[in-house]
Design a protein around this ligand. Sequence first.
Ligand code: ADP
Ligand code: MG
Length: 319
Amino acid sequence: MGEFDLIKRFFVREPSQAGVVMGIGDDCAVLVPTPGMQWLISTDMLVEGRHFLSTVAPERLGHKALAVNLSDLAACGATPRAFTLALALPRAEEGWLAGFSKGMFTLADAHGIHLVGGDTTQGPLNISITVMGEAPAGTALLRSGARAGDDIYVSGQLGDARLALEVFRGSISLPGAQFEQVRRAMECPQPRVALGQALRGVASSAVDVSDGLIGDLGHILQRSAVGAGLDIDILPCSAVLAAQPQALRRECSLAGGDDYELVFTAAPEQRAAVQRASEQSATPVTRIGRIEAAAGLRLLDQEGQVLPQQFSSFDHFKS
Ligand code: ADP
Ligand code: MG
């Protein structure tokens, strides 16, 4: 199977897609912008051994490669439109390509986003996706809009992906069904696209949790020049994680990473609107703290005691 056969067999689909004048097959894709909308564009790369384990099923990898990118669109409140796929593969394995493209396109179809181009080359397994989305001009959710007095929220649950990683690393073990559950959280994250869109005009800032709650909330604090108090004993987590020792539970939910939940802020007057956005998007959200004028992040336990800051978020270039 040559390069062009491979593209044709696994990546070219329906010839006409809404808003796509030219998709795969020319030197550039040609897209039609919706009047009054702005483009939102983001790229995320997945490298074997760094972002995923060689044991992951290709279908889940295809899902995750697109999911982490959709999560960035979700964090900005964008409506997904199109994406490109740059793929380096050690060899053209049909079974792998079929699984990978199935996982990727199932998620793409669920969000109405079209694959419009890419690049395919031989090399160590590496998947780079660029997503393009739209939002009405001036409504994109940014990291810089948090204000003192705002509430802080998180969607869904935190920490399961990290718990699964600890099992893979051999530092803990879990019964089979529990392991499958947390492994699913790690390998099949569900990007919070509907919630992000519902929060346009409601949230004052947002970010998606890819490197851990503390680190990613830290981006909001830094860009907004504010501080925060976080109630760490009410962070939403699964029953599996809730049953773990406190130190592990806190580590996973505060600094775990790979959660792909949204952390966002909103003024207290918006509480009912946040609730509506949560219902509209069928996505649970939990209020976990508040933005404060004083710089820094204070972690509070259930008694309101400030805990020493001992967690750090994931950083590829930190030893
Ligand atoms: P060029 O050499 O002009 O950059 P290529 O020959 O690499 O183009 O690719 C041919 C067409 O196939 C282009 O439209 C490109 O966007 C598309 N393409 C290549 N690889 C992929 C891929 N992995 N997924 C989707 N489209 C792809
Ligand atoms: Mg070309």
